[in-house]
Design a protein around this ligand. Sequence first.
Ligand code: SF4
Length: 261
Amino acid sequence: MATTLFHNIIFGPIQSRRLGVSLGVNLLPAHGKWCNFDCIYCECGWNAGRRSDRRLPARKQVRDALQDKLQSMQQRNTLPDAITFSGNGEPTLHPQFAEIMDDTIALRNRLAPHTKICVLSNATNLGDDRVFHALQKTDKPILKMDAAIESSARRINQPQGGYAIARVVEQLQRFKGQFTLQTLFLRGSFDGVRFDNSAPGEVEKWLEAVRQTRPREIMLYTINRDTPAQTLQKLTKEELLAIAQKVAAVNTWGATLQVAE
Ligand code: SF4
């Protein structure tokens, strides 16, 4: 297992499968993961053993680091397609997430007006209005829902607190379609139990949640890097495309579909 942590506030830019040239921002600890999920495929590894460092970057540190990086990229004429909040866990857990989004929007408008602001989130904090409104202000809130059957979501994402699919669907509906839904499909076993969120019954329930929330964009993908659990299998491109076809069959509202292996 060679999972990855990001040791700086700003990382990259990297060529992203989904976002183009993407400059990463990590609002989580520099040497530990902090997330209220513990996904069995998480590229940052397990929560356990990575909790020793809980220090978060201050708002000013984030603003200064991003400003420095954008200024140097501007001078070299290499501004990124996206500024993407991801990093070592769930970005919306940062207590100043909303203020940091405001700072980022101001910096982007001043230094990189064509760059999109993206946030990868597990959609667990949407009940916090400050988080919800901050996400609404970004160009691309990318919100995770890997399964619409509760037991599968619990197995795949291992939420650390209360988690209810109906509540997540309700919160996603508040975006009125102005979000990207991100779902990772995989199969395998974990703790001796087999699972497959691409099985027909799973996809049917998930499609129901898709129809209820009507995201403007849907990203389907599968495992692409090392995972903390060693008993997982990625889907083939053909399998992902077959799910995409099922989405296309119900997609009456014109969502854009992205499929990445
Ligand atoms: S939500 Fe993201 S950061 Fe959190 S455990 Fe899952 S993959 Fe890792």
